[in-house]
Write a protein that binds this ligand. Structure first.
Ligand code: NAG
Ligand code: NAG
Ligand code: NAG
Ligand code: NAG
Ligand code: NAG
Ligand code: NAG
Length: 388
C-alpha cells in the first residue's frame, strides 16, 4: 500500500514537469518571435534570441519585487510559473543545448574587483546557465576591455573581435554579463557550387537587384501554403551530424512582406513541422552574409522590459546594498550561408552600472541658429550669431 502511493506521487510529479517543460519551451519560442518582430527594420538582420534570453535570465535570477514581476511578464512566462520552475527549466534547457552537435554556448560575468556578489546568486547562475564569475579591475578600462574582448573572440572562433568598444567600460561599470553562441554546420545535402546563378531579387522596397543564388535538387522537408505561417511556403535544410536545421519561410508572392509579418503573432511549431513532408524540391536560395550590431535596450523596452534599465531596478539577489541597473544590452551577430553550410555567431553583452551617481550628460548640438558671447565676468567683449 505504501509503495503504491509513493509510486503514484512520483509519476504525478514527473508528468507535471513534462507539461511544464513544454510550456516553458513554448514561452521561449514566443519570446524569440516577439523579439524578432520588435527588432524589425527594412534592412537584412539577424538576432540570436537565445543569447539575449540567457543574459536577460542572468538579470531575472538576480531580481526581486516589481523587477521580477515585470521581467517574468516581458519574458513571456505564464502567471502560474514561479521562479523555481523557471530556474529548473532553464537549467534543463541550457544542459540540452550543450548536447547539440555543432553548437557552442558560453556565458560569463565579469565583476568589478571590490564588489561583493551574493553567494546564492553565484550558485544559481552556475547551476542554471553554467556561468562563471570573474573579478576584474574596471578602473583600468583598456586592459579590462582587452581581456573581455579576447574571451569573446575565443568563444566565437575569432569571428567577433572587438565587441566592446573603447570607453564602454568606465568608472561606473559594476558588471559585464556576456553570452556567446556559435554554430557551425555543413549541409547534409550541399549545394553544387558550379550550379550558382545570378538572378533578380526584389527587395522590401520593391527595388530589384541581381544576386548570386545557390541551387540544389534534393528530397527535403517542404510545405506549400502552410496555414500556421499564413500561407507561406517552408523548406527545411538539415545539417550533417546534428539535430540543427535551417528553416526558410517564404511569404506568398502576392502579399506585402510587412503586413504578412505583422499577421504572424504566434507559431505552433509542431503544426509547422507536421505540415512538412519530404519531397523532391528544386531549391534556389541566395548565398548570403548578414551582420547585425545594435543596442537591444530600445527593443526590449517596447516589450515592456523597462525596470532593469531604470533607477528603480531591484537586483537585490545579486548585490548587497549596491544600487545597480542595466545600461546597455549590446548585440552583435554574423551569419554566413554558402554552398557548404552555415556559420552563425551571436554575442550579447550587458553592461551593469552603479546609479548612486546618476549622471546623464545633457546634449548640446548647435545644429540651428545660435548666438554667442565672449565675456569676462560682467564684461561682454563680443556677441554674435551664427545662423547660416
Ligand atoms: C570598482 O573598483 C574600484 C577599485 O578597483 C573602485 O575604485 C571603483 O569605485 C569601483 N567602481 C564602482 C562603480 O563601484
Ligand atoms: C533582372 O532585372 C533587370 C532590371 O529589372 C532586367 O533587365 C533583367 O532582364 C532581369 N533579369 C532576369 C534574369 O530576370
Ligand atoms: C522530415 O521531418 C521528419 C519529422 O521531423 C523527419 O523524421 C525526417 O527525417 C525529415 N526528412 C528529411 C528529408 O529531412
Ligand atoms: C559527429 O559528431 C560527433 C561529435 O562531435 C563526432 O564524434 C563524430 O565523429 C561525428 N561524425 C561524423 C560522421 O562526422
Ligand atoms: C499545435 O499543433 C499541433 C499539431 O497540429 C496540435 O496537436 C496542437 O494542439 C497545437 N497546439 C496548440 C497550442 O494550438
Ligand atoms: C561572406 O563572408 C565570407 C567570409 O568573410 C566571404 O568569404 C564571402 O565571400 C562572403 N559571401 C558573400 C555572399 O558576401
Amino acid at each position: 500500500m505504501k509503495l503504491k502511493s509513493t509510486l503514484w506521487i512520483f509519476v504525478t510529479v514527473l508528468t507535471l514537469s513534462v507539461a511544464q517543460n513544454d510550456r516553458f519551451m513554448a514561452s521561449r519560442q514566443q519570446f524569440a518571435l516577439e523579439l524578432f518582430k520588435n527588432t524589425q527594420s527594412t534592412s537584412n538582420m539577424l538576432i540570436s534570441p537565445l543569447s539575449i534570453d540567457f543574459v536577460l535570465h542572468l538579470m531575472f535570477l538576480g531580481s526581486t519585487k516589481s523587477t521580477t514581476t515585470e521581467m517574468k511578464n516581458g519574458l513571456g512566462y505564464p502567471k502560474s510559473f514561479n521562479a523555481k520552475a523557471i530556474e529548473l527549466n532553464l537549467q534543463k534547457w541550457s544542459a540540452d543545448i550543450k548536447m547539440i552537435n555543432g553548437v557552442e554556448v558560453a556565458t560569463k560575468i565579469y565583476v568589478n574587483n571590490t564588489l561583493a556578489i551574493k553567494n546564492s546568486y553565484k550558485l544559481s547562475i552556475r547551476k542554471t546557465l553554467s556561468s562563471d564569475l570573474e573579478k576584474i579591475a574596471f578602473i583600468k578600462s583598456k586592459p579590462a576591455t582587452k581581456k573581455i574582448n579576447k574571451w569573446i573572440s575565443d568563444s566565437t572562433h575569432n569571428l567577433i573581435k572587438n565587441m566592446i568598444a573603447p570607453g564602454v567600460i568606465d568608472k561606473d561599470t559594476l558588471m559585464i554579463l556576456i553570452n556567446c553562441i556559435y554554430f557551425g554546420g555543413k549541409w547534409a545535402d550541399p549545394f553544387i557550387p558550379n550550379a550558382n546563378l545570378f538572378e533578380n531579387f526584389t527587395a522590401i522596397d520593391e527595388s530589384v537587384k541581381t544576386i548570386e543564388f545557390m541551387y540544389q535538387s534534393s528530397v527535403l522537408n517542404f510545405s506549400k501554403d502552410v496555414p500556421e505561417l499564413k500561407g507561406a511556403s517552408a523548406v527545411s535544410l538539415n545539417y550533417d551530424n546534428t539535430t540543427v536545421s535551417m528553416l526558410f519561410v517564404l511569404p506568398p508572392a502576392d502579399v506585402d512582406f510587412k503586413s504578412w509579418m505583422s499577421s504572424i503573432n504566434k507559431i505552433n511549431w509542431s503544426a509547422v513541422d507536421k505540415s512538412m513532408k519530404p519531397v523532391e524540391v528544386r531549391l534556389r536560395i541566395p548565398k548570403f552574409n548578414i551582420t547585425f550590431d545594435d543596442d537591444m535596450k530600445k527593443f526590449l523596452k517596447k516589450m515592456q522590459i523597462n525596470s532593469i534599465f531604470e533607477n528603480e531596478a531591484h537586483l537585490d539577489k545579486i548585490f548587497a546594498g549596491q544600487k545597480a541597473k542595466v545600461e546597455n544590452l549590446f548585440h552583435k551577430t554574423i551569419i554566413q550561408v554558402d554552398e557548404v553550410g552555415t556559420v552563425a555567431v551571436g554575442v550579447a553583452v550587458m553592461k551593469i552600472v552603479s546609479y548612486s551617481m546618476p549622471f546623464n550628460p545633457p546634449e548640446f548640438t548647435a545644429n540651428r541658429p545660435f548666438i554667442f558671447f565672449i565675456r569676462s565676468g560682467p564684461t561682454i567683449m563680443f556677441v554674435g550669431q551664427y545662423v547660416e
